[in-house]
Write a protein that binds this ligand. Structure first.
Ligand SMILES: NC(=O)C1=CN([C@@H]2O[C@H](COP(=O)(O)OP(=O)(O)OC[C@H]3O[C@@H](n4cnc5c(N)ncnc54)[C@H](O)[C@@H]3O)[C@@H](O)[C@H]2O)C=CC1
Ligand SMILES: NCC(=O)COP(=O)(O)O
Length: 353
């Protein structure tokens, strides 16, 4: 007899989120303090910050804000402390961070904070991961082998959840728009050779499943962009649209997925067009991210789909130019924290054991 599926209810109210410090010289530390300080007005769930304890105390002191910073031994302990203090799981840096001055010597601690946060979810001490921005080139100098969080989280998922599939897909989501780049952190000149029908199909399947599971959309509508101007103009302006993208859409449709295209990317993001779909699958990074960062820089959230755990992040980067000044907006981090809580709540309701 087949094993009967049953829903496992994770007690989310007492399972904090795991938030990472990001680059300690960027705006991540001050945004985490800002998010904590607005926890009541923004109705934020409890979170534990995986960061250097001294960094957080120094950041609070430099900003001159009221925020008690308390060390906790693990993420779950944050639940009892969050109402009165910012709970920090200490991940020590090797050198004191200076706002706006990235230091690759601190790269290993930045990477370790991400790993520790994911391990906390694997150990059911945290319900989801929210990452603050990292500077990729600084981490590359420290020997980081992955293009960004998205790719690193895919590797961590395979290591920590070996029995579950992990195919990380980047989505940027806001109330105005959801976009997904099929190719992510690659040079523009490599995009045509990396695009395959299989990659587009796999990405779109993951997006359709996530729109149902994580966003509660029963019948997701996808649009797929072309690669070339005017989606190739019947092959006159490039063949990828006709030979790679169109067959992928046909395969998705025959699988019952409501996908249309290839559409001209330049006319897919105006207000009336956005009403016609739940997510736009784009062929490369800037094709997807320019429209959402233009429309929704403050509310945009980067979510990694296709993993056995929930991960979100603000849509912006480390903003070294304004780090330490206390002027950075925490709106996108706050939106990321809220979305992580919503996504993990939805998943907890449908976890099958
Ligand atoms: N999730 C992540 O880890 C991401 C990391 N990055 C990294 O960030 C670094 C810098 O990238 P940039 O392209 O310069 O993008 P950026 O987002 O750091 O900065 C772009 C512009 O937006 C402003 N800005 C960014 N966030 C802001 C905020 N919260 N409040 C007010 N103004 C804000 C900055 O001051 C700057 O003028 C790169 O090394 C990149 O790898 C970029 C995007 C995402
Ligand atoms: N431009 C988006 C970005 O760089 C975020 O990448 P990741 O670090 O979340 O993979």
């Amino acid at each position: 007899m087949a094993a009967q599926a049953s829903a496992r209810q994770v007690p989310l109210a007492v399972t904090p989120l795991a938030v990472t410090m990001g680059d300690p010289a960027g705006i991540g530390p001050e945004l985490a303090i800002d998010a904590w300080r607005t926890r009541e007005t923004n109705a934020l769930p409890a979170f534990a910050l995986f960061a250097d304890l001294n960094l957080m105390r120094e950041t609070r002191r430099a900003l001159g804000v009221d925020c008690d910073v308390v060390a906790v031994p693990h993420a779950r302990a944050a639940a009892d402390i969050f109402a009165r203090a910012l709970p920090v799981v200490d991940v020590p840096l090797v050198r004191a961070a200076q706002p706006g001055v990235p230091d690759s010597q601190n790269g290993p601690a930045v990477i370790l904070a991400i790993r520790r946060a994911v391990e906390a979810v694997a150990a059911e001490q945290a319900s989801a991961v929210v990452t603050n921005p990292i500077a990729k080139s600084v981490l590359y100098d420290a020997g980081f082998q992955f293009a960004g969080h998205t790719e690193y989280l895919g590797a961590l998922a395979s290591e920590l959840w070996p029995a579950q599939p992990a195919e990380p897909v980047m989505m940027l989501a806001s109330p105005e728009l959801r976009v997904v780049p099929v190719t992510i952190h690659v040079p523009l000149k490599s995009v045509p050779s990396l695009l395959t029908s299989e990659k587009i199909i796999e990405t779109a399947r993951i997006v359709a499943a996530a729109l149902k599971q994580d966003f509660g959309i029963a019948e997701p509508r996808l649009v797929v962009t072309g690669l070339n101007p005017h989606a190739g103009e019947d092959g006159a302006l490039g063949s990828e649209d006709r030979d790679i993208i169109a067959p992928a859409i046909a395969a998705l449709r025959s699988d019952g997925i409501d996908a249309t295209g290839p559409h001209s990317a330049d006319t897919l993001f105006h207000a009336a067009a956005r009403e016609t779909y739940d997510a736009a699958i784009a062929m490369y990074h800037d094709q997807a991210l320019i429209p959402i960062k233009t429309l929704a820089f403050d509310s945009g959230v980067n979510a990694t789909l296709g993993l056995p755990f929930v991960r979100t992040s603000p849509d912006h980067g480390t903003a070294f130019g304004i780090a330490g000044k206390g002027t950075a907006s925490a709106a996108s981090l706050i939106a990321a924290i809220k979305l992580a809580a919503e996504m993990s709540t939805r998943r907890a309701r449908t976890v099958v054991t």
